[in-house]
Design a protein around this ligand. Structure first.
Ligand code: F6P
Length: 504
């Protein structure tokens, strides 16, 4: 007999609550069963979910939930380029940019990427004169992925010095100007819609900065990255300098498209292509692997175990790698803009959905927020991410201490420490997962990001929500426009603030 989704959730809720210590004591093979290495050619990534409360029985019942949630069919739709975003009637074809998806979409994506490659290589070869700097203006998905990737992969001898500017606060753009020589700077305007007020305002100011600095053809230094090339033409960008991408690629999933232009400018085309290949390996794994062996799906099982069944409202990610310090920012948008919803696909209430994603970089965070993780009152499942190979050339002690600390934190959260002194008592039994890459390179980086994309999708399918729209961000934008236009009144507090600041 097929269960309903509700019945599958109820069954999951009936499981006993052994401690992590008990789970390890009961199964000598727990680590092997819940740690999987994903091979990406010469390098690999180890995903260790053994320090979570997942059990084989729970996994079996989560697999049932996936089955009754039509997970396989939704995944097929995703990779076939069918509509998976019903509120906007769209597919979500980011994987096609990595070569995995509907044939025609993969072909179209490859052609667009080829065009991008030619432009990137032409700039590197001097077609635009001496280009030393790139100011990339974009916001949200048009900034967070590029900023993360450039910071993670573009540190050693970058081909071009890239500055990603997102905030409308002019302080951000001024800071970028202070690092760049206008004579050797190009501007990338990254906006899927090419209408976002922050990006268009920053683009106008960047162009003015070039003109005011005596650059003879400022517009000729602009590259537009957008799904609406006609809007970029209207804005004044020549067609030869527009790099389009498909409308079916969502903003927060667009790193792989021309939005990744600054990444390719920084690291070169070969490394950008290696990043796509690493992500493709995860696409294939996610598409072709069933049940608990599917790593993004297993991670989603664990995420939902804590958020749906144990009342956890938050989830933390700590990269023990300075190069990945922007990962929490990136994941915040990916997870919270995707799955921060209140209704199911059919519009009925969804119950609790995405936890609040936050995090930081290790070891810094240990000296700032880990107190709450070890002794606070919130249940916070933690992800640790680290690389076996160091990213630095200094004494090996640096990386050694970094890794030891990473593993020590997971162990401490799980084991805790008994004490008669309540202030010195650590309850333990606190869950964590560890993602350990052999080496942080373009391929493992691409794989890590794709793993998270699919984890978010899998969680959405199991929660029966649409991860690909984001209507929640519209209302604030509308009110800002109304304020700008004038003639309307707002609540007393807002009116008083507008008056105090002399705006509106
Ligand atoms: O405001 C949210 C959002 O729509 C994000 O989803 C998107 O990544 C960002 O704005 C930027 O949009 P665009 O690329 O169209 O400028």
């Amino acid at each position: 007999m097929t269960l309903s989704r509700e019945a599958a959730w109820k069954k999951l809720d009936l499981h006993p609550d052994p401690t992590l210590e008990e789970l390890f004591a009961a199964d000598a093979e727990r680590v092997e069963k819940l740690s999987t290495r994903l091979e990406l050619g010469e390098v690999g990534i180890r995903f260790d979910w053994s320090k979570t409360h997942l059990t084989q029985d729970l996994l079996t019942d989560f697999e049932t939930l996936a089955q009754v949630s039509d997970f396989d069919a939704m995944r097929t739709k995703l990779f076939n380029g069918e509509t998976v975003n019903p509120t906007e009637g769209r597919a979500a074809e980011h994987s096609a940019l990595r070569g995995v998806g509907k044939d025609s979409s993969v072909e179209e994506a490859a052609a667009l990427l080829e065009r991008m490659k030619l432009l990137v290589e032409a700039i590197h070869d001097g077609a635009f004169g001496d280009v030393k700097h790139l100011i990339h203006v974009g916001i949200g998905g048009s900034a967070l992925g590029p900023a993360l990737a450039v910071d993670a992969l573009g540190r050693d001898d970058p081909k071009v010095d890239v500055h990603v500017v997102s905030n409308i606060d002019g302080v951000a753009l001024e800071e970028a100007f202070s690092h760049c020589d206008p004579a050797t700077t190009m501007i990338a305007i990254a906006s899927k819609t090419f209408t976002t007020i922050e990006t268009m305002t920053n683009a106008t100011s960047a162009l003015k900065w070039l003109a005011d600095s005596g650059v003879s053809d400022p517009t000729g230094r602009v590259i537009a990255l957008t799904a609406y090339p006609e809007k970029a033409v209207e804005w004044g960008v020549d067609e030869t300098r527009i790099l389009p991408f498909a409308e079916s690629v969502g903003g927060r999933y667009s790193l792989w498209s021309s939005i990744g232009f600054p990444v390719a400018m920084s690291v070169g085309w070969d490394d950008f292509a290696a990043m796509l290949d690493g992500a493709a390996k995860v696409d294939e794994h996610f598409r072709d692997t069933s049940g608990r062996d599917n790593l993004p799906l297993r991670a989603a099982f664990s995420d939902l175990y804590y958020s749906q069944l144990k009342g956890s409202q938050t989830r933390a990610v700590f990269a023990y790698d300075e190069r990945m310090r922007l990962l929490p920012d990136y994941l915040q948008q990916l997870e919270m803009e995707s799955n921060g919803k209140s209704v199911k696909v059919d519009g009925t209430p969804a119950g609790s959905t995405a936890p609040i994603t936050w995090g930081g970089v290790g070891t810094d965070a240990q000296h700032a927020v880990f107190q709450l993780l070890h002794q606070g009152t919130h249940l916070v499942p933690v992800d640790f991410i680290a690389s076996i190979e160091p990213g630095d050339m200094l004494d090996a002690a640096h990386h050694h201490i970094l890794l030891m600390n990473c593993f020590a934190q997971g162990a401490a959260l799980m084991a805790g420490k008994q004490s008669d002194d309540p202030h010195r008592h650590y309850p333990g039994n606190r869950p964590s997962a560890t993602i350990l890459v052999d080496d942080l390179d373009p391929a493992t980086f691409g794989a890590l990001v794709a793993f998270h994309e699919h984890r978010v999708f899998a969680a959405a399918v199991l929660m029966d929500i649409n991860p690909f729209d984001q209507f929640g961000v519209e209302l604030g934008k509308e009110i800002a426009k109304k304020i700008e236009k004038g003639g309307e009144s707002f609540d007393a507090s807002t009116e008083a603030l507008l008056k105090a600041a002399g705006v509106g």
